[in-house]
Design a protein around this ligand. Structure first.
Ligand code: AGP
Length: 362
């Protein structure tokens, strides 16, 4: 039968609900529970070469870039290799310095995004080593790279990326585990992460069970014209992706800010008309995040928290995993929030105005 949204009103909702299975597929055959590492067959990188890597630079556009930011943090935390993500669209135009001991990673669901492809071509021209983290098998970006990892997320039809975003973050966790175990990650920490990864599909199911309540919150928050999304360090790309999702499908203006930067400007905007979504995992930055929430509430801004405890005016609580993997779970409620806000406002969820699923032109 043709792939359709049967049983679901929209592809976006169908794809949100496919995430436990998509993550299962991203992990299948890749976790080594004996040596507490990950095997990624298509990397074309032997351990000696992997040890030589001094930097990782991740490139992608939109949600692929935000998933790349989650990935950069995972690599830096687990493998202790300096890593960052940059929009491919910026990288390709700024005449970047390409270094032999940097591993470049191009991220794309479609594998056809022109800016990302152009960044890969620029890298190849300058002799850079590029891996692809791609969903579409045999796509232009996958073919252009020196090696890579497929997401195996299955077709993603809705313009707003959900399962590909999550699978990308999971693949980066695998890559971080693999590189970490070659660099300095201990077997005990490797095991902790491998077990955390295995727990993800069931934990995502748990979050999806809260859909009715999240839909209720979405209906309330959809009444605002604009929203702030704040997160710190691990929560920051989650906030950025949450804001992007909301903007894309509900057309509610949303701005993501690092929580610690609020006091340097955007706090001036906070009022009863500007609510905030705060990404607040129970990690070593919890106290800092709680004080940011206090600052917003002191200015009578309504706060919806996504984290591991009931705080703020409204809260969505997700299961706890390992702190490094928490960002993967924290994104899921924000997808449902965006989806149900768009439905409440009567928008064409799968095909938002002005957007294409994959931007194959300059
Ligand atoms: C995601 O919700 C967006 N529609 C968009 O940002 C997308 O992630 C971006 O255009 C990159 O697409 P790609 O993963 O197919 O390269």
């Amino acid at each position: 039968a043709a792939y359709d949204a049967e049983g679901y009103t929209h592809f976006m909702r169908k794809e949100i609900h496919e995430q436990p299975a998509a993550v299962e597929r991203a992990l299948r055959g890749r976790l080594d529970l004996r040596f507490h590492t990950a095997h990624l067959g298509g990397l074309n990188l032997d351990p000696r070469e992997a040890r030589e890597i001094r930097r990782v630079k991740i490139l992608g556009c939109g949600s692929a870039y935000y998933a790349g930011q989650v990935g950069a943090q995972l690599i830096e935390e687990l493998a202790r290799i300096p890593a960052d993500a940059e929009p491919a669209s910026e990288f390709r135009y700024r005449n970047p310095v390409v270094e032999a001991d940097t591993l470049y990673v191009a991220v794309s669901q479609s594998g056809e995004t022109y800016d990302t492809l152009a960044a890969v071509q620029e890298l190849k021209r300058k002799g850079g080593r590029v891996l692809g983290v791609v969903n579409a098998v045999g796509s232009a970006i996958a073919r252009e790279c020196d090696g890579g990892v497929y997401l195996h997320a299955g077709p993603e039809i809705a313009v707003a990326s959900t399962k590909a975003y999550t699978s990308t973050a999971v693949v980066f966790a695998l890559l971080a585990l693999h590189l970490g175990r070659i660099h300095d990650l201990s077997p005990a920490d490797g095991r902790r992460i491998a077990e955390g990864l295995r727990a993800l599909p069931a934990q995502i199911e748990e979050i999806l069970k809260q859909e009715d309540r999240i839909a209720e919150l979405a209906r309330e928050y959809a009444a605002y014209r604009s929203m702030l999304f704040v997160g710190r360090v691990r929560g920051r790309p989650v906030a950025r992706e949450g804001a992007q999702k909301l903007k894309e499908v509900s057309y509610v203006h949303a701005e993501a800010y690092p929580a610690s930067e609020l006091k340097h400007g955007p706090l001036a905007l906070v009022s009863p008309e500007l609510p905030a979504v705060a990404v607040v995992p129970d990690d070593e930055l919890l106290d800092k995040n709680l004080s940011t929430i206090g600052e917003i509430r002191a200015r009578r801004g309504r706060v919806l928290t996504v984290g591991h405890r009931e705080t703020g005016d409204d809260a969505i609580v997700v299961p706890k995993n390992e702190p490094e993997l928490d960002p993967i779970l924290l994104s899921i409620p924000l997808q449902l929030l965006a989806y149900h806000a768009a439905v409440a406002l009567g928008h064409d969820v799968d095909k938002p105005r002005n957007l294409a699923k994959s931007v194959t032109v300059e």
